[in-house]
Design a protein around this ligand. Structure first.
Ligand code: 5RP
Length: 266
């Protein structure tokens, strides 16, 4: 791995702990103005100090994030579909040239293993990895799940392993029973998505279980920005991910922080 690739990866995965808290705010690329992200800039600003990385699209990056920020960016470069259409029919939406111009730390795309369009999305991943290798830019493969796709260790393990085999530098998937098998069978680091909004304590447990079973962190969106207390949530998730904060202490931390005043944009 060359110096540029290692340097970018070290901006995403904190070298001190080998872990990462990615804040995912890319949802608008297929969901439009989803709850909590109607005005992305306002949602993102108070959370940035506690995120290691911001995952978002080119449009929201340019329009809503101060270019003077030092937060490393993982840019979503796949899209072209909406919640009303066939999500698996994504294409690559950003050139490597523009990603480099935006000074990103990494790029991300979704793969749809098991869909009728799996070949197209997997070849798009392989092509992005080729470009990433050429320019020293790590690629995050997001194992997307459709309504018809199971979220079990067998399916997610298949999707993660294929992403790694095609050269993804790290993989985002969902937590599931037997998650340690998914991690063990995937030769590159794994982060988890949070998924749909669930009660805060359940999302904290999800984060705790994921890192306890081998994830290197989270790439979490709705369970942070749709929380009644987004800052308290990301700060507590951060302690779990980087400092292995035990669950009981995490609940107490969230309760204490959630009594502090914070502005909510949900
Ligand atoms: C959508 C994504 C999102 O970034 C991902 O789902 C993480 O967000 P959340 O925690 O809300 O699930 O990649 O394809």
């Amino acid at each position: 791995m060359d110096w540029g690739m290692k340097n970018r990866l070290s901006k995403i995965i904190r070298p001190e702990t080998g872990r990462t808290v990615m804040l995912a705010v890319d949802h608008g690329y297929f969901l439009g103005p989803t709850t909590g992200l109607q005005e992305p800039g306002k949602t993102i600003a108070p959370l940035l100090p506690y995120a290691d990385t911001l995952m978002l699209t080119r449009g929201v990056l340019r329009a809503c994030v101060n270019p003077a920020t030092d937060i490393p960016i993982v840019l979503r470069v796949s899209g072209g579909t909406s919640i009303l259409g066939n999500l698996a029919d994504e294409g690559t939406t950003v050139s490597m040239k523009d990603a480099l111009r935006l000074n990103v730390a990494g790029i991300a795309l979704s793969i749809f293993v098991g869909s009728e369009l799996e070949r197209k999305t997997l070849l798009a991943l392989a092509e992005l990895v080729n470009e990433g290798e050429e320019h020293g830019v790590p690629v995050l493969a997001v194992t997307a799940v459709g309504k018809e796709m199971a979220r079990d260790a067998r399916y997610l393990g298949l999707a993660c392993r294929i992403a790694a085999e095609l050269g993804a530098h790290y993989v985002k998937t969902y937590y599931c029973d037997d998650f340690e098998k998914v991690v063990k069978n995937c030769p590159v680091p794994v982060v988890i998505a949070g998924g749909k909004k669930i009660p805060e304590k359940d999302a904290l447990k999800l984060s705790f279980d994921a890192v306890s079973h081998g994830a290197i962190g989270v790439d979490m969106g709705r369970n942070i920005f749709q929380s009644t207390h987004p800052v308290a949530m990301i700060r507590t998730v951060r302690e779990i991910v980087h400092n292995n904060l035990p669950l009981k202490e995490a609940y107490d931390m969230f309760d204490t922080l959630s009594r502090e005043k914070e502005t909510v944009f949900a």
